[in-house]
Write a protein of this length. Structure first.
Length: 75
């Protein structure tokens, strides 16, 4: 058994493992990023005060209906 050959094979295998670990490390870090990148403006459109008031009134109406339904359900 040639020790030098075994040693060179092990070093080659270690290089392959290091490369695979680096690839998986990059993939793991890329998955953790969420949301909009820094410096990219939001695509949200501004909402007028009148539209906000209409949305608030509609939500209050939904809450009232939900409270009424839960009051009926409770004897």
């Amino acid at each position: 058994m040639d020790v030098a050959k075994v040693l060179s094979d092990l070093r080659a295998y270690k290089a392959q493992l290091d490369e695979a670990i680096a690839i998986f490390d990059r993939l793991a870090h890329q998955r953790g990023k969420r949301g909009r990148p820094i410096g990219v403006p939001s695509k949200r459109r501004p909402v007028s005060a009148e539209a906000r008031e209409r949305m608030a009134a509609a939500q209050r109406k939904r809450w009232a209906a939900a409270r009424k339904a839960s009051a009926k359900a409770k004897p």
